[in-house]
Ligand binder design. Structure first.
Ligand SMILES: [Fe+2]
Ligand SMILES: [Fe+2]
Length: 417
């Protein structure tokens, strides 16, 4: 039997692991997984409190973010993800989750089919009937911040003993998960704050450049993550490293053009193609963007800087801005005319090479003031053609390998008219 003491120690090491994750969605998924591990739960769900549009207006409800179920997962073919329906629960006393959110109390139910009549809540067994899975013991824990705000809750389902029998959650489990939840909430709160700040930065560049829409940055970040994952798989990057990097890349890719905030309206909002002079000025968005992350305190900052600076470099060295100091914009390596030499091949950071493909692919597929979207097959022919000149050939091959995933992301974030 594992003692509460050893489990407690493992919770402490989890804290630092969780705090490395910056993306809210990845963090929620990981929190649920670890919460289940801490109390040996077969299944579970994680919910966040959010405003949901209803006929009567906006209401605060609990919205499911992730559901996990080892028993159902094991019955699926390898590599296939469990599909769960997306739903929301009212914050009231009728359900266990609603009651937990309302009162802020942990609720430990040994047997969902034996809830006493006197309890304010009851069990809705619809899910069990549809899935054929039997929910017996549950432990529902609110995620409450130090300043008493409810962020959401975790519900873990069916505690298992070492022989795989379902047993009720113990008092030790309650203690462990309470501690885990309070730390997870603090990490989650930080991730929300980071996301809010980044969304503000993106909104700012959107206000300055109407061509740079929120859906564009979401798509570019989505494509970049897919390309990276396949690249990392080919290069034997372990899953922990892969997940961490994927998270940072997603955020940093969204900020690739943030330097456009420093470009004059006359150029930025010109409803036509640029003159050569205007184009030269426009190219400076790479350096301005990199300059925003000059205080390189974290991996996140240095990746944001790499992407902002190098997403217009070309594999053959013909891109911009080339070898410049990201803080001052001064050339570091120059050609005969004093112009900075372009970075080529592996001199361009992987992240910059990835975002270059993602950004061009999305730009060609999208409508711009001066052009209609290209036909799908023309876009693909163009990307193939630019392999080895504009783009890293290995990444172009990967792009074509994962084309179905790329198209799915495009469908997920359609252009809003
Ligand atoms: Fe750009
Ligand atoms: Fe872009």
């Amino acid at each position: 039997m594992i003692t509460a003491k050893t489990d407690f120690r493992s919770i402490l090491s989890l804290d630092s692991e969780l705090s490395q994750i910056q993306d809210v969605d990845l963090l929620l998924e990981r929190i649920l997984l670890e919460a289940r591990n801490v109390v040996h739960a077969d299944a579970g769900s994680i919910y966040v409190k959010d405003r949901v549009k209803e006929k009567t207006g906006d209401v605060e409800k609990l919205v499911i973010k992730y559901a996990q179920n080892d028993t159902i997962q094991k019955a699926l073919p390898e590599g296939q993800k469990m599909i769960y329906s997306v739903f929301s629960i009212p914050i009231d006393e009728k359900s266990i989750s609603g009651y937990c959110a309302l009162t802020g109390k942990l609720i430990n139910v040994p047997d969902m089919y034996q809830i006493p009549e006197s309890a304010p809540y009851s069990f809705n067994s619809t899910y069990d009937k549809i899935s054929g899975y039997k929910t017996i013991s549950t432990l529902t824990i609110p995620l409450i911040t130090a300043d008493s705000r409810l962020l959401g809750l975790i519900q873990v389902i069916n505690s298992k003993d070492s022989d795989g029998n379902v047993i009720p959650f113990s008092q030790d489990d309650e203690f462990l998960i309470t501690h885990f939840a309070s730390n997870a909430t603090a990490v989650l709160q930080r991730a929300y704050a980071t996301r809010a700040m980044i969304l503000r930065m993106i909104k700012m560049s959107e206000l300055r450049d109407p061509k740079e829409t929120g859906t564009h940055v979401n798509r570019v970040a989505g494509y970049a993550v897919e390309i990276y994952e396949r690249w990392a798989y080919h290069h034997g990057v372990n899953s922990v490293e892969r997940e961490k990097f994927r998270d940072t890349l997603k955020v940093a890719a969204m900020l690739h053009d943030v330097g456009k905030v420093a470009i004059s309206d006359l150029i930025l909002k010109k409803p036509a193609r640029f003159t050569p002079e205007e184009y030269k000025i426009m190219q400076h968005h790479t350096i301005y963007g990199a300059g925003l992350f000059d205080d390189s305190q974290s991996e996140m900052d240095s990746i944001c800087r790499d992407i902002a600076l190098t997403h217009h470099e070309n594999w053959d060295g013909s891109g911009y801005p080339g070898w410049v100091d990201p803080f001052t914009g001064k050339p570091i390596k120059t050609g005969p005319g004093g112009e900075p030499i372009g970075k080529a091949g592996q001199e361009i950071p992987l992240t910059g090479r990835i975002v270059a493909i993602a950004d061009v692919y999305d730009a060609l597929c999208s409508k711009r003031v001066y052009k209609d979207p290209w036909k799908e097959e023309d876009v693909l022919t163009e990307i193939r053609k630019l392999s080895g000149t504009k783009f890293d050939p290995e990444l172009v091959d990967i792009f074509f390998d994962i084309l179905p995933n790329i198209k799915q992301i495009r469908a997920l974030y359609p252009e809003m008219e």
